[in-house]
Design a protein around this ligand. Structure first.
Ligand code: C5P
Length: 217
């Protein structure tokens, strides 16, 4: 049977993937899952409960108890939350605990947009449209720095560049579900693009995939 029309948007922190994914969700009228938010919530809630983030069983217990209502806390958007997320995301037991929720979203009959690191490789390798959004570390650091200082965080560009390098290494180097493009993902480098240009380029890539998906039975 024909799979639902799922678009996966993977890539490193501050590559523009979140903006690209929400733009695509609006264009195609599809619900969107920000899977990074799940890991951010587990990282923050585990730290709040006093757990060491290297304690895999403790973090997995937090992940198992996670509900949709837990996902609205603004603290999950902070710099510290991103770091905590990538630390708990290395634990296979945490990834397993969050898997069913992501699979259920990916299998919605009407389709979906999935934003993350492993959506095209692990969660929904059968997705008809896959993007891998990248940008240089310097461009990503500049974007993230502007975003965080606008939120009131007191942080320097150099600190953010170091965060990004550390996060890329941890997310790309872990054994379970490392960040990488699916073999059939289309790469979109947004380093020299405005938000509008990145959104347009993403839409063209997805249009081509949608035409192929429509022509299959
Ligand atoms: O996308 P975002 O920056 O919110 O993700 C936070 C962290 O969560 C990532 O650095 C990564 O470690 C983890 N993550 C993951 N798998 C996903 C989404 C996010 O490991 N599908």
């Amino acid at each position: 049977m024909k799979p639902p029309f799922v678009i996966t948007v993977d890539g490193p922190a501050a590559s523009g993937k979140g903006t690209v994914a929400s733009g695509l969700a609006a264009v195609y009228g599809l619900p969107m899952l920000d899977s990074g938010l799940l890991y951010r919530a587990v990282g923050v809630l585990a730290a709040r409960a006093g757990h060491d983030l290297d304690d895999a069983p403790a973090a997995a217990a937090v992940a198992k108890r996670l509900t949709a209502e837990d996902l609205t806390d603004p603290e999950f958007r902070t710099r510290g939350a991103g770091e905590a997320a990538s630390r708990v995301a290395v634990h296979p037991a945490v990834r397993l605990a969050l898997r069913d929720l992501q699979l259920a979203f990916a299998r919605r009959p009407g389709g979906a947009v999935l934003d993350g690191r492993d959506q095209g490789t692990v969660i929904c390798p059968e997705a008809p449209a896959k993007l891998y959004v990248t940008a240089t570390p310097e461009v990503r650091a500049e974007r993230r720095w502007k975003q965080l200082t606008a939120q009131g965080e007191d942080v320097t560009y150099a600190e953010i560049l170091a965060d990004i390098a550390r996060r890329d290494e941890r997310d790309g180097g872990r054994a379970d579900s490392p960040m990488r493009p699916a073999p059939d993902a289309v790469l979109l480098d947004t380093s020299e693009m405005t938000i509008e240009q990145a959104a347009d380029a993403a839409r063209r890539i997805v249009e081509a995939a949608r035409a192929r998906w429509e022509s299959t039975s």
